[in-house]
Design a binder for this molecule. Structure first.
Ligand SMILES: Cc1ccc2c(c1)c1c3c(c(C)cc1n2CCCN)C(=O)NC3=O
Length: 277
């Protein structure tokens, strides 16, 4: 996709801030020609390679390339990219149902059938990515958005591919990025990563969906990381007493230390809990 050098404001009316992260800000945009609402991800780019502020232009190009390869109903769609001296703007579909995180927070916990509805869509999107050798590397409830939270069957969309990576044949990839409570031991130990790294995060997300608790989280990130390395998690009886054995089995087949032993997205989609015979 060619990066447009026009001024975003010529084509879009810039609206409210939806959120911000280390990359910059996300704001609503209204396309002047059609009135259609979009989201604009405003990324401050670095003046030069050594300045600390902002993001390398090459990192944004990589995210754009990955998003172009990932056209799927459960993955945020990229419409356009604008670039000027100090920033780049990704024009993406507006996902107005907010984060899965808030949806869970708004309820004590989610029923198993609701959780399965969400997980099927997440697993379809992640399986699609993994078949293209692309890993997300930052799967967490904040990056799973609902297109309409009031719908009977909310549609989910994965967002934020800033840490995503496409594996080349036989290439090794390591990174210390991610969010402590969702990362597996291979990230902490700076060992080679793979698409299985995402599957660990899905195990953590499933545990949170069903209980509202985070399996490894502790008072400090350091303690959290120790819990992960020690594989220290359990299903507290007073919280999980109503949870099916199949649901716990699903989680236990993802929260596995050895990445090669974890279920793949495809294996998850045919697990008895997700797809009863
Ligand atoms: C209604 C609403 C509220 C907050 C939003 C968004 C939409 C949103 C969106 C996107 C991103 C990358 C971040 C977003 N954020 C920031 C928080 C996401 N974790 C996006 O790509 N489309 C959005 O609508």
């Amino acid at each position: 996709m060619a990066f447009k050098h026009a001024n975003v404001e010529d084509l879009y009316e810039i609206g409210v801030v939806l959120g911000s992260g280390n990359f910059g800000q996300v704001r609503t945009l209204t396309e002047r020609a059609t009135g259609t609402q979009w989201a604009g991800k405003f990324i401050k780019t670095r003046k030069n390679a050594c300045s600390r502020l902002g993001i390398q232009r090459s990192a944004v190009e990589r995210e754009v390339d990955l998003l172009q390869a990932l056209q799927h109903p459960n993955i945020m769609a990229l419409k356009d990219v604008f670039e000027n001296r100090a920033e780049m703007v990704l024009i993406v579909e507006l996902i107005s149902g907010g984060e899965l995180f808030d949806f869970i927070a708004g309820k004590d916990n989610v029923s198993e059938s609701e959780a399965i509805e969400f997980l099927k869509q997440i697993l379809e999107a992640v399986g699609f990515m993994h078949n293209k050798q692309i890993a997300h590397f930052d799967l967490k409830p904040e990056n799973i958005m609902l297109s309409d939270k009031d719908a009977e069957h909310p549609n989910i969309k994965l967002i934020d591919f800033g840490l995503a990576h496409q594996f080349k044949q036989g290439e090794e990839y390591k990174s210390m990025c991610g969010t402590p409570q969702y990362i597996p031991s291979e990230v902490i130990n700076y060992e080679p990563l793979s698409t299985a790294t995402d599957m660990w995060s899905i195990g953590v997300i499933t545990y949170i969906l069903l209980s509202g608790l985070s399996p490894f989280q502790d008072y400090t990130d350091e303690e959290t990381l120790k819990n992960i390395l020690a594989m220290k998690f359990e299903f507290p009886e007073h919280i999980f007493n109503m949870t099916s054995d199949l649901a716990k089995d699903f989680i236990q087949k993802l929260l596995v230390k050895d990445p090669s032993e974890r279920m793949t997205a495809e294996e998850c989609l045919i697990h008895q809990w997700i797809q009863p015979l």
